[in-house]
Every structure is written in C-alpha cells, then in structure tokens.
Design a protein around this ligand. Structure first.
Ligand code: NAD
Length: 358
C-alpha cells in the first residue's frame, strides 16, 4: 500500500472548507487534495484560500487525472448525496459521507449494496461517538452493563433555526465564514435540503442511538413535526418501535437562542440499568439496578470534527474498518428519518420501515 493518500473532496462548501480541507491539510498522511464541485466558483474560492492545485467539476474527471485516487469525502447538499456518492463508488472509491447518508432509504441501501459489490467501505461523517465520554459509555453498553435495551429517550436542541429559514448569514461565526457559507437554499429548500431539523440534526442523534445500541433498527415510526416559520421541519416529536420490541422517543428543536450550546442527549434504559450521554455538554451518567453509579459532569468536551477525514485516510491506507458503516449506522438512521417525515406528512400515521422499500 502507498504511504500517502490522495483524497477528493466532493462539495467545496461551508463544511468542507471549514473542517475537512483544513483537517486533510494537517494530516501528514495526505499527499494530494482534489477539489470537486459542480460550481467552479466554489472550488476556485477553496483552492485560493488553501493554495490547492487541483479542481474538477466531476469525480470522474478527478479520477481520470489522478488514477491513484482511492477515497472521497461527500460534502454536498443533502439531496445531492446519493448521486455524488454513487458516482464516486463508480470510480471505485472508499467514501466518507456527510450526514445524512441520503434522504431515501432505498438510495442508502443502493449505496451500501454497491460498496459491498466492489469491496470498498462507507464511513458516515458522524462525530459525537468519537468523544471520550461517548466511547466510555459504548464500552459499558458493549460489556452488557445495562442489559437488553428496552427504552431510549433522545433529545437534541440546537441553534439551527436561521439556517432552516434560509438565513445562513445570521449563523456566521464572528469574522464571517472561513471561505464560503451555506447557500440560502442549502438547509431551507426541501428540494435541496430534503427536510429540516430532522435530516440536519436528528440524524446525529439517531445515529448516536444506533451506534450505542447496535441491535436496534426501526420497525414502525410515528411523528409530528412543526415548521414554525420555515418551509422545512424545525420541531420534531418522533416515536419508534424497534425490531427488538424496544421503544424510543426522538425529539428535537432547532430554535434555541444563539450562544446556547444546546444538547444531544441519548438516554438508554435497559433490563439492568440506564446510561445517559450528552454530546454537546460532555456529560455521562450511568445508574445500574444494583446501585452502581458513574457520572462524568458537564465539561467543555470540544467538537471532534477533524476525526472523520483522519478515519477515511486510515481506511484508504491501512484497510481500517469504519466505526459507523453506511450499511448499518447510515442506513438505519435514514430509515428512521424518512419514515418520520412520511408519518408527519400524514398527521402522525404510523409508517412501517418495510414500506419504504416497496
Ligand atoms: N458533521 C457536521 O457537524 C456537519 C456540519 C455542517 C454541515 N455538515 C454536512 O456537510 C454537507 C455539506 O453542507 P454545507 O453546509 O457545506 O453545504 P454548502 O451548500 O455550503 O456546500 C455544498 C457544496 O456542494 C456543491 N454541490 C452540490 N451538489 C453537487 C454535486 N452533485 N457535485 C459536486 N458538488 C456539488 C455545491 O456547489 C456547494 O459548493 C451536508 O451534508 C451537511 O449536513 C456536517
């Protein structure tokens, strides 16, 4: 295997220019970064900011010019994930796909099937499971300390309302976006975003739940959603019956005040105890039926946004396996979200996940 990787970044927008490109530049195991964007202005702006040489408008052009290319980061707008990921798989590439994997479960399954057929990996771009307190909780769950999962309560609150209303300028950090911010349509137009708080944020929450409790997969979903003043959902209340019989509630709002760190809480209750993890606050609390307690209080836990691209490089160079595979973590999360959006569109009517495939 070669010692250094060539990596394509498909979508040179806000997140790629803020997180993935700087992380790749810092990674001594990366040889070349290839920018791929259907909008040449976006690729050019990123190339100028980071002094990058290679820009293409399709992944096929990038691969033709750099046959050593083995992996790509898919960081395009949500509705474009499927096509960009499939085109990259057609070039035989390992993928890091930003969340959500796709908008539709059938598309996510098609990507997983294609990756399996050609022997490449799909890593989902989730971040919270890498945090130390989440790793600790996962270890306890895998040891069987909380027993069989019976009930999960998940809640996420975040400051995304301006993005969902199409005002990314109000979301900009002090001093402005590093290169370019999201377009006004990125998170607010259903035809581009594929949904609102659900596909933008609940995707993190549901994926964290499925990462902790790998035996769970949604069977039936019912949901109510409120768009407030946006065209897409902002407030979500979702109830899920899992394949194991476990029940989950998954709720979220994008309307907390600027400067509020919000919450990403997954609270799993099992036959032998319960464990709570909050991604934003760094808190973990475990209480077992036998009285054992463990608590990591709130602290500034940071945001591990640079880790996903490092993990992609390990997949390319070391043959590492993804911690959050598209086949399970990515797909199961899309199933829950698509079923929830369908249910909410029918005033909360229960939607069987199996019906997403018919
Ligand atoms: N993990 C995180 O914490 C995190 C944070 C922010 C965004 N994200 C994710 O990153 C992804 C990108 O979001 P963003 O805010 O950077 O969007 P953006 O609108 O700023 O940028 C998207 C870019 O993709 C390009 N594009 C669209 N379709 C394309 C295609 N088919 N081929 C090539 N280029 C295409 C656009 O021209 C644009 O430059 C989304 O999936 C989003 O959810 C993740």
């Amino acid at each position: 295997m070669s010692e250094k990787a060539t990596v394509a970044v498909v979508g040179a927008g806000w997140w790629a220019t803020t997180m993935h490109i700087p992380a790749l530049l810092k990674n001594p195991r990366v040889e070349k970064i290839l920018l791929v964007d259907k909008n040449p202005a976006a690729a050019k702006a990123a190339a100028e900011k980071y002094n990058l040489q290679f820009q293409y408008s399709t992944i096929a052009e990038a691969k033709a010019a750099h046959p050593e290319l083995k992996g790509a980061i898919i960081a395009v707008t949500h509705q474009a994930h499927y096509a960009a990921a499939m085109e990259s798989l057609e070039q035989g590439l390992h993928l890091l796909i930003e969340k959500p994997m796709t908008i539709y479960a059938r598309d996510a399954k098609a990507l997983a099937d294609k990756a399996d057929a050609i022997g490449v990996e799909i890593l989902m771009g989730y971040t919270f499971p890498y945090m130390d307190h989440a790793v600790k909780a996962k270890g306890y769950i895998d040891e069987g300390l909380i027993g069989d999962i019976e009930y999960v309560a998940c809640s996420m609150s975040s400051i995304t309302y301006d993005l969902l209303k199409g005002h990314p300028e109000k979301f900009a950090p002090d001093g402005g976006y590093t290169v370019t911010g999201p377009a006004t349509t990125t998170y607010s137009e259903p035809s581009v975003a594929g949904g609102g708080q659900s596909v933008l944020q609940v995707t993190h929450l549901a994926a964290l739940m499925f990462h902790f409790a790998q035996e769970l997969r949604a069977d039936t979903v019912t949901a109510f959603m409120n768009n407030l003043e946006a065209k897409v959902d902002v407030v979500d209340a979702i109830a899920v019956r899992m394949n194991t019989g476990a029940l989950a509630i998954v709720g979220s709002t994008g309307n907390v005040g600027m400067g509020d760190p919000g919450s990403v809480e997954v609270h799993l209750h099992g036959s032998k105890g319960r464990i709570l993890v909050d991604g934003f606050s760094g808190e973990m609390f475990m209480r077992l039926h036998n009285g054992r307690e463990e608590h990591i209080p709130r602290h500034n836990a940071g945001y591990p946004g640079e880790i996903p691209s490092m993990k992609l490089v390990e997949i390319i160079l070391d043959g590492a396996k993804p911690a959050f595979p598209g086949r399970t973590n990515g797909l199961y999360t899309v199933e829950l979200l698509e079923a929830a959006l369908r249910s909410a569109a029918q005033d909360g009517m229960p939607v069987k996940v199996a019906s997403l495939y018919t």
